[in-house]
Design a protein around this ligand. Structure first.
Ligand code: FMN
Length: 393
């Protein structure tokens, strides 16, 4: 259920209704009378293909009280934008409009995205009400700083619709098939410093790892994402930002004891410069010779831990540019991991940098799962399906 109130940000609620609908949710919208002055119910009806309730006295066919029936069916109640006025009503338990009445009627977890002028947001009354709602279990999506409708710049602008949708997905994940799992995911290409301004790296964008982290989060896992890239923050995912292979190894080893699965989708450098020059290497000093040394082998430590304790399940990624299956199979037997995701990064429109990927998942049983070209988020879900089967076994 989406509650919309009388803020100038009400037009952004259309993007939230649309985003949730596109993710497969059934979205019932309730509005205050003031909200309908900003956006007409028709907008939401057209986006959700469901009736909108903007009158607290409305009845559904069959004489059900509209907001009560909807509140009873709701899995999550999102109030976005939430005005100062509605926040106060929710905290006090008033119920003279469909949004505040739903707040009282529903048992569903609540998500609140405040939107207002800085002065209203920082007022002790509003802050006290927010404190009360938080104590009752409401999840508050904090407003952002930026340009407000009045033209002033300050705190109070509603969080971006995509972020609110992301929070809802996180809340909806409770009870998914990964509930109770702790998953570590590595993402991105590492950067190995040559001198203070230069590094050796690779073309990995980190999008595949980000997708695995998002998919695992959406299925209820507690996720730590160890990443070299700054992609949009995933709500509810612990982010460890790293740069080099050494930093990534430290972060993985630090997380190893607390995870059930380790998905190593980062492109970790195999070699790094033996030493980092203290100052920028100058052209006038002639062509430098770079001596490379191997980076730390995280996999063997992870495997030793798995041999001792039976955890974590380990997934390796093999990016190849030739003889995909032969190379990947060779890696699978050498690495002794539970699953290997092999992809040919020389293919156009797949792999590095793309939102799409075409992979083969190699199981330790020797059976391969060949997947067609699909969005990385779908590849991530297929991979998690395989992990669930392994864990059951
Ligand atoms: C143009 C305009 C924009 C407004 N924007 C906000 C806002 O962003 N946040 C807020 O708390 N109130 C805002 N208000 C004031 C609310 O509309 C007013 O407090 C109203 O009673 C809220 O009713 P509701 O919470 O039942 O929807 C705005 C008013 C106007 C005229």
């Amino acid at each position: 259920m989406l509650g919309v109130t009388g803020s100038i940000a009400a037009y952004k609620a259309a993007a939230i209704a649309s985003g949730l609908t596109q993710q497969g949710a059934l979205v019932d919208v309730v509005m205050t009378r003031e909200a309908t002055e900003f956006v007409r119910p028709l907008t939401f009806e057209a986006l959700t293909h469901r009736p909108v309730v903007s009158d607290v006295l409305a009845l559904l066919p069959g004489w059900e009280i509209a907001h009560v029936a909807m509140a009873h069916d709701a899995d999550i109640f999102v109030v976005a934008p939430a005005t100062a006025h509605t926040i106060a009503k929710l905290a006090l338990g008033l119920a003279d409009d469909p949004v505040s009445a739903t707040g009282l009627s529903t048992q569903a977890p609540g998500v609140l995205a405040p939107a207002m002028e800085t002065g209203m947001w920082q007022h002790p009354a509003t802050q006290a009400h927010i404190g009360t709602l938080r104590q009752r279990g409401w999840i508050i999506v904090a407003p952002e700083s930026g340009r407000l409708a009045s033209g002033a710049v300050g705190e109070g602008r509603m969080a971006a619709p995509e972020r609110i949708v992301d929070v809802v997905k996180h809340v909806a994940a409770r009870g998914g098939d990964f509930a109770g799992w702790k998953v570590a995911v590595t993402a991105g290409g590492t950067r190995e410093a040559v001198d203070p301004v230069r590094f050796l790296s690779n073309r990995s964008s980190g999008k595949m790892g980000q997708a695995v982290a998002e998919a695992a989060r959406d299925r209820g896992a507690e996720v730590v994402l160890i990443s070299t890239v700054s992609l949009p923050r995933l709500e509810g995912v612990e982010l460890l930002a790293v740069e080099s292979a050494d930093e990534m190894a430290d972060a993985v080893l630090g997380a190893l004891d607390r995870v059930d699965a380790l998905v190593m989708s980062a492109a970790v450098a195999d070699f790094k410069p033996a030493a980092k020059a203290g100052e920028k290497i100058k052209r006038r000093d002639g062509t430098p010779q770079l001596l490379l040394v191997p980076t730390v082998d995280v996999l063997s430590t992870a495997k030793a831990r798995r041999a001792e304790t039976g955890r974590p399940l380990i997934v390796g990624f093999a990016a190849e540019t030739q003889n995909l299956l032969a190379n990947a199979r060779e890696k699978a037997s050498r690495w002794e991991v539970d699953l290997v995701v092999a992809n040919d990064v020389s293919l156009e429109g797949s792999g590095f940098g793309s939102d799409m990927n075409q992979v083969t998942i190699l199981r330790s049983s020797g059976e391969n799962l060949d997947l067609p070209l699909m969005p990385k988020i779908d590849v991530a879900h297929r991979l998690l399906d395989e992990l669930v089967k392994l864990r059951r076994r």
